[in-house]
Design a protein around this ligand. Sequence first.
Ligand SMILES: [Fe+2]
Ligand SMILES: [Fe+2]
Length: 265
Amino acid sequence: MIVRKPNFEFPQTILKHWLDDCAFKTHLCNSFTLLFPTGERFFVRSLSRFVPQISDEKLKREAMLFMQQETQHAVEHEKFIQNLRDQGYDVDQTLRLVEDVITRFVEKSTSPEFKLSLTAGFEHLTSLLAEIGLSEDFFENSDPVMRKLFEWHALEEIEHRAVAFDVLKSSNPSYANRVAGLLGGYLILSGLVGLVTSHLLWQDGVLLKRKTLQDAIDVFLTKNALLPKAMGIFSRYLHPKFHPLQENLDELVRLTQAQWAEVVA
Ligand SMILES: [Fe+2]
Ligand SMILES: [Fe+2]
């Protein structure tokens, strides 16, 4: 794990539908951009509370790197949010909703142990999405800068996929707490992604178009088949002996790391 600072610049020439000239795929990714800054800062706060209690020095170092990587992700995605504003999208309503759900509701109303478990659950989901994004070549017909943004983020999600889980483990959670974190994370993520993607598609006037529905079916069920693939990876977390490093992603990480060898903080 290393912390990279790619310092992206997002030119105004990036098209509104920058992924495959497809409104659905683009806004699905844009919805993640709108969720990441609030979500990742929540992960950092949730984990940082447990850092002083970590006795394993290696895990403590990894926790610090995890927090630095997540902070960088939030910073870079936040920059592209200004492009969305400049493209004419109303994103500030969405950002307020995300802040309300994550910071004002979840963060204020749950225990530190559950927030950590939720973070570990979210991290399993982001690593799952990263694995699919990198191995499926989902970004093949993408604007090159946006492709770089998502591939860099996906690489680091895979690199640090075990950190929140190991910090959670070191706090001796019950199995029920661990599983509740994944289910809670899944409900929050899928609910917000669904709402935010729909809101962006609605602003384009294509939410209820036949092509949008077809694109959603292609992405989730047929062509990219994200849903069946995700269900397999998702369900492995439920095994009592699951550990994120059981997923052998070394080759995928090695290939992507090579592309990023020059970018170091
Ligand atoms: Fe991240
Ligand atoms: Fe992460």
